[in-house]
Write a protein that binds this ligand. Structure first.
Ligand SMILES: C[S@@+](CC[C@H](N)C(=O)[O-])C[C@H]1O[C@@H](n2cnc3c(N)ncnc32)[C@H](O)[C@@H]1O
Length: 311
């Protein structure tokens, strides 16, 4: 017999006999049950009631745990909401990609030819409207400082996305210096190209290469005439950090003093990459602690490596 039948059954006999409402007098309700219902049904009701009480108690016991988890991981929920849910909804509503929406905002709010205005506008959009994993203003300042200190001539960027970090670096380069910026996603590369040109940088300063990094690195010398890299900024998929670093080591393009800056080594993290850096003895390194771009409360860091040269 299903619970619904049981409940409708046990109102009938005594509600016609007793004038008061069963809901208002639970004792009478119970008494009536005991009086009118067969024993098997009474047992079934009692076991269902105690079953419900046990599940209620279990749910109550888990409530503090659930609350603790929600509070502890709230920043990750915010990240998921902003980076995934908002994106899906807006993709459906606008018919544009998130990168195209960002570009439209920058185009209509920033001053063309002014790299800082373009970066500031991007930062506004990413902090208030939608999330894009640009390096952002805080870690961006670390990048600015390390790049300025090293004054590189040949820069390799792995992962341009919308061109935010490309513009960030290009604005600080000395005359004659060049960035080879690698982006494998064609749609992202179209946006990156538009952002870089909007900021006023031409082909001589920024060469955008639309191919995967593991195809580009071995051909940098042949296809682009690069003899030595002075600065490498790694900000592509984290699983590519280690294989690409090893490709760079084997390419002969790293020289003594070449600086490699790798973003997000704590979140999402690149443990194999860090392990290799520590064990290989090829680098002096340090990790700059920071928080994830545009989201408070998620710890992240950038690894700065200085290549010591072949021993
Ligand atoms: C985190 S975003 C880069 C953000 C950018 N550096 C900035 O701060 O503005 C990562 C980008 O790397 C690209 N990417 C990932 N793996 C790649 C690879 N193996 N080769 C080239 N591009 C890659 C992705 O398509 C994505 O656009």
């Amino acid at each position: 017999m299903t619970p619904a039948v049981v409940e409708s059954d046990w109102h009938f006999p005594y509600s016609s006999i007793l004038p008061s409402s069963p809901a208002a007098t639970p004792e009478l309700h119970l008494l009536a049950c005991q009086t009118f219902l067969p024993e098997s049904l009474r047992n079934s009701i009692t076991s269902q009631r105690s079953g419900r009480m046990v599940s209620g108690a279990i749910a109550l016991a888990f409530l503090p745990l659930l609350l603790t988890l929600i509070i502890r991981y709230r920043h990750y929920f915010v990240l998921f909401y902003r980076a995934v849910l908002v994106r899906i909804v807006k993709d459906c509503l606008t018919g544009l990609s998130r990168e195209e929406r960002a570009f439209q905002y920058v185009l209509t709010h920033a001053t063309p030819g002014d790299a800082d205005s373009i970066l500031d506008t991007f930062d506004q959009w990413c902090s208030k409207v939608e999330f894009i994993s640009n390096i952002g203003p805080k870690k961006g300042k670390v990048l600015d400082r390390i790049l300025t200190e090293n004054c590189p001539l040949n820069v390799l960027e792995l992962g341009a996305h919308c061109g935010y970090s490309t513009v960030r670096m290009a604005r600080l380069l000395a005359i004659g210096a060049r960035i080879y910026s690698v982006e494998m996603d064609e749609h992202n590369a179209v946006v990156a190209e538009k952002i870089v040109r909007l900021a006023g940088f031409d082909d001589d300063t920024v060469e955008l290469i639309v191919r995967p990094s593991d195809e580009v690195i071995p051909r940098l010398r042949e296809d682009f005439g690069v003899e030595r890299l002075d600065f490498v900024f790694m900000d592509h998929w984290k699983r590519c950090y280690l294989p690409d670093l090893q490709l760079l080591e084997g390419s002969g393009l790293l020289g003594e003093g070449t600086v490699i800056l790798a973003d997000n080594v704590i979140f999402p993290g690149a443990p194999n990459f860090l392990r290799h850096v520590k064990k290989s003895g090829l680098y002096e390194y340090r990790v700059h602690r920071a928080t994830l771009e545009y989201i408070r409360g998620i710890r992240d860091g950038m690894a700065e490596l200085t290549y010591l040269g072949v021993k």
